[in-house]
Design a binder for this molecule. Sequence first.
Ligand SMILES: [Zn+2]
Length: 311
Amino acid sequence: MTTLYYYHKDFLQHDTGLGHPENPDRLSHINAALKKAEFDALKRITPDIRENIMELVQLVHTKEMTDRVLQKVSSDNAIFLDQDTILSSGSANAALLAVSAVCDAVDKVCNKEANNAFCAVRPPGHHAEPTKSMGFCLFNNVAIAAEYARKVYQFKRVAIIDFDVHHGNGTQAVFYKNADVFYASTHEMPNYPGTGYPSETGVGNIVNVPLESGETGQQFRQKYSKIILPALKQFNPDLILLSAGFDAHKDDPLASIQLEREDYQWLTQQIMQIASSCCDGKIISVLEGGYNLYALADCVSVHISVLMQNR
Ligand SMILES: [Zn+2]
């Protein structure tokens, strides 16, 4: 039994342009950090685009939206879907590989070929709504993974925990009226995208816990301990998916929460414990944000090394 690591070099071909925080260097720094001997036991997987990829994308997104992302883009003429969400010539391929990676991870973890998985994908996904790409995100990888797992493995309850510093408006929108999918998020407010008030509760399946600028790891842990972790346990999921963003780190340029690597280590341990009591430890963690390259690589490392302790 093992931990899987999904990566494809074509994730680097999603070119967001000079100076964009969501850039290929993010994955290069993560990969460099994972060269240490302690990660030798990681099972590294290079995904292929799935045969039924359009069906998978359209578990969550409309055809019109899918077509917009997959339009042909010439190599010297990037298209701005919004101010900071960019399509380059390599973007469609990267986005389809990202969706393929998370679905393959669902298959391998649910078929017990592995305990858990980390998908180091680009572009990220949690801001992408059913009809709209936004906020650096093209397709909503984690939402597609949840729908795929429900459809193929007939899970009654799937949980998504989103610890990216931004609210996953897209994921919330997909599952807002779906009592079979639990979505919980901690996120800085005010900050992009502006959703995620505690009053947004869906059909009782959504838990939003805003963080204030300057909040520390201690306050973050308290909020998880008091609100999100008990609610997750009570939901008793068959599978846990993570929207794993590392931009609540104290050195991140896009937010002002003060987390340190130990806080990500702690949270990963807490979720692992719940996963082992509810769902045989099944966790699929999907990269979202994290924009200080060094903090990102360090926090992903500690997150993965906790996932690997399940062996
Ligand atoms: Zn983020």
